[in-house]
Design a protein around this ligand. Structure first.
Ligand code: G3H
Ligand code: 13P
Ligand code: ZN
Length: 313
């Protein structure tokens, strides 16, 4: 099956009360771990790359990896998505290269500027049958190397959402209801909590419209413990509990973005492999294999326990 855009997959997710996993990747092993899990469980998937992933790997390698995934797994719907595009130019570049979905993140602009930029991307993208995700409200944490300070962040204002969607024509929308990027999502001893009142209001205002939740890693404490045990230093790491994500996907959240959990799985498995299990090994295929397997296990768990997107094909 050729790459698909996200229109049908998100619509079906809304109706089925589940979510499609959007996993960040920038290497072959990450891609293989994600795709093997989705293929085994017959789950649709969004493969996404950030601007810095494009800088790291280059368009050609990324596109060829995705092409390999579509050849090896012809039965599952796969979308290739730009994560946090910050200009018309990068969105256009990705569309011209064959991406089937883009995010234009105008959330650090004023409301009117965000609408103007998003609208221009939608116009170009829709002429090529590419779907567009916008962002309204500010998701704090680390976005593409830029630190967004907590005090600068603001929740999505449900009163703006109908106007924004109508004026821009976006196909889905990322909202800010308390999640953040990275592994320190809630202050020490603070109970993880999302603004479900905002999500509920959005669902009432825009029924059937797919909402995207960024910053959705749960930050498995076992991975954090292993990393810290074998030389790492990741203090105060805390993520969004899975029961909270399940509640979000039973509402209008149809796309769940996960990057940090993959990074933690990779780092924990490689640290333990080298520091504890195989100190004499210097063949990267040894530790890259365990990293790949740990991504496969992680994504399998996400599909079953969080997204509930298995057997949807
Ligand atoms: O939203 C941020 C993603 O985790 C991408 O992070 O820019 O370091 O690839 P990155
Ligand atoms: P995490 O840092 O929680 O994995 O979020 C990733 C993300 O939102 C990518 O856009
Ligand atoms: Zn994000």
């Amino acid at each position: 099956m050729p790459l698909v855009n996200t229109k049908k997959m998100l619509k079906e997710a809304y109706r089925g009360r589940y979510a499609v996993g959007a996993f960040n990747f920038s290497s072959m092993e990450t891609m293989q771990g994600i795709i093997e899990a989705c293929s085994k469980l017959r789950s649709p998937v969004i493969l996404q790359v950030s601007k810095s992933a494009i800088k790291y790997s280059g368009y050609t390698y990324l596109l060829k990896l995705v092409e390999a995934a579509t050849i090896n797994c012809p039965y599952i719907p796969i979308a290739l998505h730009l994560d946090h595009g910050d200009s018309f130019e990068i969105c256009k570049n990705c569309i011209d290269q064959g991406f089937t979905s883009v995010m234009i993140d105008g959330s650090d602009l004023g409301y009117k500027e965000n609408i103007a930029l998003t609208k221009s991307v939608v116009k170009y993208a829709h002429s090529k049958e590419v779907t567009v995700e916008g962002e309204l409200g500010r998701i704090f944490g680390i976005e593409d190397g830029v630190k967004v300070k907590k005090e600068d962040s603001f929740y999505t204002n449900p009163e703006e959402i109908e106007d924004f969607v109508k004026k821009t024509g976006v196909d889905s929308l990322a909202i800010a209801i308390g999640t953040s990027h990275g592994v320190c999502k809630f202050a020490n001893k603070q109970k993880p909590k999302l603004r479900f009142d905002i999500l509920e209001e959005i669902g009432r205002i825009l029924p059937e419209f797919p909402i995207v939740l960024h910053g959705s890693s749960s930050v498995n404490q076992e991975f954090v413990r292993i990393i810290n045990k074998y030389g790492g230093k990741i203090p105060n790491a805390v993520g969004v509990p899975e029961y909270i994500l399940r509640k979000a996907t039973s509402m209008s959240v149809c796309k769940i973005n996960i990057d940090s959990d993959i990074r933690l799985a990779v780092t924990a498995s490689i640290r333990r492999y080298l520091a504890h299990d195989h100190p004499a090994d210097f063949d990267p295929r040894g530790y890259m294999s365990v990293a790949r397997e740990s991504i496969l296990n992680l994504v399998t768990h996400k599909i079953k326990a969080v997204l509930r997107s298995e057997n949807k094909i």
